[in-house]
Design a binder for this molecule. Structure first.
Ligand code: TXA
Ligand code: MG
Length: 343
């Protein structure tokens, strides 16, 4: 298959986004930028188009997809019995990096929800994503645009690495400004439950909702065959080819630990302040220790960078759980299969 490359930033951006939208309308699959990560989109209401996403990604059939809309009125096409808290959250965080899990409207094809009776919905803020969704005239189902198990894509080049020749088109729109995926929050139980930390911090959700429970899959590995609230959380994810170990603790101490453990075959992911300690090693910096937003933007590029080198293992400094740091730490730990050293 020839993958069309559509630039959404240059002079042809208008007609390029129209081309992408017409591909979506006619049942094709298109990668596009959002503020979190690139998504791989299809028309939510076209089952055979959605099936192409699962095939292209190699995605397990039991892992449901997020549907993206631009107008809150369209939420009723996707969900039913929507609680007032959904609209409260929408006022605070939409458009933006929050996904709500709600009861599924029976009109939504079961393949979207992987057979669950719930559906997940997000209104993204990225102007290219929004224009594309508007012009497609439908809800756009989109998982992250990476081969299943690989780090998510935060640049059009990352998407190309994974999907050149495998999907109809790639809309390029620069680097993603958040860098980790959306926060996934279930509103289907008595208490709102965080299923995946992401671009909207847990603290911000609690400021609006009061109590928010945190699913244990956020912190722990979930065993084969165990029941999980968010099917995506049980898979090894975000993993580069080399083995990752996450080092948690105060930044100075974790840097010292990594220095003592690293050799010529070690790749290092560290905060900017400590780069000089590793001058003779392969290093990727992810911003200052106190800037988890910068860490988030750099994370997936860091994990992907080592696939182009010959390092055999990766040691990574881990941000603490404050703010978007919780999402960065979660992605790192998942990339490591929860191989964690605490110093
Ligand atoms: O930022 C994002 O959310 C990006 C962009 C493209 O919007 N999308 C994304 O999709 O990260 P994906 O498929 O890579 O991750 C969606 C996560 C998975 O862990 C999935 O299991 C969970 O959300 N999820 C989706 N629908 C669900 C549902 N009905 N119930 C529980 N979890 C759900
Ligand atoms: Mg994903």
């Amino acid at each position: 298959m020839n993958t069309l490359y559509l630039d959404a930033l240059g002079t042809d951006s208008g007609s390029n986004i129209r081309t992408a939208a017409s591909i979506l309308r006619s049942g094709g699959i298109v990668a596009f930028p959002t503020e979190t990560v690139y998504g791989l989109g299809a028309d939510t209401f076209n089952e055979s188009a959605v099936a192409k996403i699962f095939a292209a990604k190699g995605r397990p059939q039991d892992n449901p997809l997020i549907s993206h809309i631009t107008d809150i009125a369209d939420i009723h096409r996707l969900a039913r019995d929507i609680p007032p808290s959904a609209f409260l959250l929408a006022e605070s965080f939409w458009p933006g990096p929050l996904t709500l899990v709600l009861k599924r409207n029976p009109d939504v094809p079961p393949i979207i929800s992987a057979g669950l009776d719930t559906v997940s919905v997000r209104i993204p803020s990225h102007h290219v994503a929004r224009r594309l969704i508007e012009l497609s005239g439908t809800a756009v189902a989109a998982p992250s645009a990476n081969i299943s198990g690989r780090p998510s894509a935060t640049t059009a080049l990352h998407v190309q690495e994974d999907f050149n020749g495998k999907i109809d088109a790639i809309v390029s729109g620069g680097d993603c400004e958040v860098g980790v995926e959306s926060t996934v929050l279930s509103l289907c139980g008595d208490i709102p439950r965080l299923l995946r930390p992401g671009g909207v911090p847990l603290e911000s959700l609690r400021a609006v909702l009061g109590e928010v429970a945190v699913d244990r899959a956020v912190y722990e590995i979930i065993g084969e065959g165990e029941r999980v609230s968010s099917p995506g959380m049980k898979y090894r994810h975000y993993a580069p080819r080399a083995d990752v170990t996450v080092v948690c603790g105060a930044p100075r101490q974790t840097a010292e630990y990594i220095k003592s453990e690293a050799n010529e075959t070690t790749g290092i992911i560290c905060f900017d302040e400590f780069e000089k300690m590793f001058y003779n090693r392969e290093v990727y910096t992810i911003g200052p220790a106190e800037d988890s937003a910068a860490n988030a933007r750099a994370l997936f590029g860091a994990l992907r960078s080592f696939d182009r080198s010959s390092v055999e293992k990766i040691l990574a400094q881990c941000p603490d759980d404050r703010g978007v740091g919780l999402a960065v730490a979660n992605r790192l730990k998942k990339a490591a299969g929860f191989k964690i050293v605490v110093v």
